[in-house]
Write a protein that binds this ligand. Sequence first.
Ligand code: C2O
Length: 548
Amino acid sequence: GVTRHYKFNIELKNITRLCHTKSIVTVNGKFPGPRVIAREGDRLVVKVVNHVSNNISIHWHGIRQLRSGWADGPSYVTQCPIQTNQTYVYNFTITGQRGTLFWHAHITWMRATVYGPLIILPKPNQPYPFPKPYKQVPIMFGEWFNADPEAVISQALQTGGGPNVSDAYTLNGLPGPLYNCSAKDTYKLKVKPGKTYLLRLINAALNDDLFFSIANHSFTVVEADAGYVKPFNTSVLLITPGQTTNVLLKTKPVSPNATFYMLARPYFTGQGTFDNTTIAGILEYEETQNLTTTPVFTPVLPAINATNVVSNFSSKFRALATAQFPVTVPQTVDRTFLFTVGLGISPCGNNKTNNQTCQGPNGTRFAASMNNISMPLPSTALLQAYYTKKSNGVFTTDFPITPLNPFNYTGTPPNNTFVANGTKAVVLPFNTTVEVVLQGTSILGAESHPIHLHGYNFYIVGQGFGNFDPSKDPKSYNLVDPVERNTVGVPTAGWVAIRFRADNPGVWLMHCHFDVHLSWGLRMAWVVMDGKLPHQKLLPPPSDLPKC
Ligand code: C2O
């Protein structure tokens, strides 16, 4: 591989959407941010210089970061944030991955405007295991807030209530013609007939799973989270925040006398408000004449709460599982964990400082948790604390391996489900094989949660509705060709089982990729110890690692 250098200037830029002009934080003045392209095996060296008054850090979402956890990016987990006028160089090698990922800010809600595609091409001379696309097109979904997203979340945390929802979804930064004052900000994909296009779909929205479809066209899914899958056809896709999906789009053999809407809008089953608007882009054939008079076709998207569609779709993903791209799912596991994942409330007094109100349900504050523990971020980074053996007072290693007070997770919730605060980790010796069952709860309404693991891909070996049954459900696990991902949607009022081998030493966050749930504490950390051999140890920290 080669070394590729990028420079990220974090700077303000005036951007207008929906007739609102505001100054937003960007990378190099671009919105969405610049495309980072590399090949499998390359080293990326990205110098980030912070010219704004906000603290920032950049996460390379889905990159394994083998032994290079210092470059992972979540603030107060693997690094202290990069402060105003400071610089940090992210330096890491891309090993064993190829496909589409993305990068985003990883502190508060800064990723609302600071994100971009991260494209990993195969090694030189290594063909795709599918027909070579004529062209590759990143399609990146995001959310636009007319207000300052930082103010939206800090206000919500201050009051204990729910944050205001976004004003629009965006496709490559553009909301499209279904919003007021937005027709000129429409993404157009111009295609030639009879060709195969590779669409690299990325859900960088803050808080919503999205359905996506293009009228009168269908897709062949070929990759998920930078791993090849057995190809399958579908006309509708579901992508959770944090997930990426590569699909082939075969254009019609002859240019039709029509243009086609591509639409995306949320899948949502929870309670409370959400942004239920629809983003539209346009697929247009280059040779189509008289564009102003051609009919425009609109795709049919599933109902907002179509959990059956989501579950059918997610069960179609299978690893490619060839000799060249084998499945290495642990057939047996050393440690098993059961983590509940869901929303909850905490008492009004919890974390309450002067002037705070408690506008959550019945005068409480909203919280979100795993195994009833909501994790506040420490004031120094977990990885530094662990590496320098100064974890006292920063975090403890007693994160519960199963719920402390089991209940009927997907049934009527018990009365006393107050969430406790704790910055807690689970320690894993090097090479431990791990199974985690993520169990959704219905304490504040059942909702799907996109759970993302840093530093690893995991295999999705099973999923189902209701409560996980340890005596029955493991019998139907797929240990032959389970899909490998870094983000999984825990089924609404259901569970999912994931497996991985703890072969990457460091401190790794696992969290809900809905930023509102993340802000409410839906996260925990794994501490993976060094192995005995030199190549099984975390590398030493770089000299420019930011200080808190
Ligand atoms: Cu893309 Cu910790 O997140």
